[in-house]
Structures are given as C-alpha cells and as structure tokens.
Design a protein around this ligand. Sequence first.
Ligand SMILES: NC(=O)c1ccc[n+]([C@@H]2O[C@H](COP(=O)([O-])OP(=O)(O)OC[C@H]3O[C@@H](n4cnc5c(N)ncnc54)[C@H](OP(=O)(O)O)[C@@H]3O)[C@@H](O)[C@H]2O)c1
Length: 152
Amino acid sequence: MPDHLERLLEATSVVPAINQIEVHPYFRQSTLLEANAAHGIVSQAWSPIGGITFYRDGSHGSTLEDPTIVKIAGDHDKSAAQVMLRWHLQQGRQVIPKSVTPSRIAENVDVFDFELSADELAAIDALDTGVRGGPEPEDITREKVGLDIPEA
Ligand SMILES: NC(=O)c1ccc[n+]([C@@H]2O[C@H](COP(=O)([O-])OP(=O)(O)OC[C@H]3O[C@@H](n4cnc5c(N)ncnc54)[C@H](OP(=O)(O)O)[C@@H]3O)[C@@H](O)[C@H]2O)c1
C-alpha cells in the first residue's frame, strides 16, 4: 500500500522493482497504481482476471460474465479474459493469470493482436467496486501469519 512504500523508501536505499498487488476490473486500486508509478515501480497484477472474486459470496458475479467486458470482447472477437489481460497490458501493468487448463493458458497468451480504445479502457476502469477480494494488507502481520524471519 502507498504508506508501506513510503515507510520502506524512508528506511532503505533500495526502490522495489515490482509491487505485486490485487488488480482486476472489480478492484483497480488507482491510488496504489499511481503511487507505484510515482516511484518508478512496476505494478504487477495478481488475480488479473478477477479469479479471487469467482468463489466468494459477494455483491457481484464473475468478471468473466460482466456485461461491459463481454460486450467489448464480442466487438473484438476475443474472450472476456483476453480483454481483461489486454486492459492491464495497455495500462502498463504486468499480469500473472493462473490456469490449469491448456486451452486457457494458450488463450491468455494470445492477446497481442488487438487493441482496446481509450473509451473501452475507461469503461473497464469504471467497473471498479472498491471491494478487495483478497486479504487486507494491514491485516497480514507477522503475529497473524506466524512466520519467523530470522534476518528481520
Ligand atoms: N501475491 C499474492 O498475494 C497473490 C495472491 C493470490 C494469487 N497470487 C498469484 O496470482 C496468480 C493468479 O491469481 P488468481 O488465481 O487469483 O487469479 P486469476 O488468474 O485472475 O484467475 C484464475 C481463475 O481463472 C480461471 N481462468 C484462467 N484463465 C481463464 C480463461 N482464459 N477463461 C476462463 N477462465 C480462466 C482459472 O481456472 P482454471 O485454472 O480452472 O483454468 C482460475 O479459476 C496465482 O497463480 C498466484 O500465484 C498472488
């Protein structure tokens, strides 16, 4: 999170190369993306197609079935997953999609033959719910996780 970065940068002389964070159309983290960019840190999206949201009881369904994303996908003859990955890449983020399905792995790499318009990127940006799918970073403490770090 931005305040973690500030503390880290004050305490050390090394700027992280990458900050791997939860980013998908339903949780965009624009303030954190801006903080990363301001420090020259690459934003790397985990759960880039919103996989973290597939299994929870929430206020919204799967990003794969989102009408806005499905419409854009149809217009480009691509899948919803490919549109989400392209959205990340065009906004300068690295992506780590996960799949155990060979056809999906191939599909997720096949995202370099189309381009989303500025309006399409903005339409996906507007899907942000501000609701995190994964754990709150502030809650991940050494006490709770229980990991001993001898060097720390
Ligand atoms: N740094 C962290 O704190 C952190 C936390 C969580 C995860 N991660 C990393 O981030 C990676 C991705 O996260 P994630 O698994 O939550 O999210 P994800 O990549 O957004 O979603 C994975 C889910 O999407 C499905 N899927 C993948 N490609 C698809 C496609 N083309 N069409 C339809 N469904 C598709 C997968 O199903 P199938 O596998 O069944 O195909 C799986 O259910 C993980 O591998 C993990 O290493 C990091």
